[in-house]
Unconditional design. Structure first.
Length: 157
């Protein structure tokens, strides 16, 4: 597999992934939890880093290393999210971030109470019966494997 082709494919895939996440969130109305938002970071980083690489045409080894680290962390976060969905793990403080705020007046408190917070346990959107966190485990693992192969192929050249 050619490095540039693989990286351009990952760029397009990352753009489609973020576009799909935003479509599900804003068009279909499925609000993401905090872990769902964190799981987008490797894809956003891939868009930025690969775009910079294609513009500058240098630093591929460092960029691939960073992406490997981010996607491996993405696997761990998705697995943790999957565990919360299945009841294996308890929700962490990350899932509750943004829920407790200081209020200046009673109206702000009432507005806050009307907004329902999204639990990391709730699965509001599924594809083929699988949550997006579950799918992201496999996708991130596949991307990590491709990037690791590219890294070592780049080492030989």
């Amino acid at each position: 597999m050619k490095k540039d082709f693989a990286l351009k494919s990952l760029l397009v895939f990352s753009l489609l992934t973020i576009g799909f996440a935003l479509f599900v969130e804003f068009y279909l109305g499925h609000r993401p939890c905090n872990l769902c938002k964190i799981e987008r970071i490797p894809y956003i980083a891939a868009i930025v880093l690969i775009s910079l690489y294609l513009i500058l045409n240098r630093g591929s080894k460092m960029m691939i290393s960073i992406l490997i680290i981010l996607f491996v962390i993405g696997i761990a976060i998705s697995f943790y999210h999957f565990g919360i969905e299945q009841g294996f793990f308890n929700e962490s403080f990350v899932c509750k971030l943004g829920q407790n705020k200081a209020f200046d007046n009673p109206e702000d408190l009432l507005k806050s109470l009307k907004k329902t917070s999204i639990s990391c346990q709730e699965v509001t959107f599924r594809i083929f019966g699988l949550s997006l966190a579950t799918i992201n485990i496999f996708v991130s693992a596949l991307i990590s494997a491709i990037l690791i192969r590219l890294y070592f192929k780049n080492e030989k050249n």
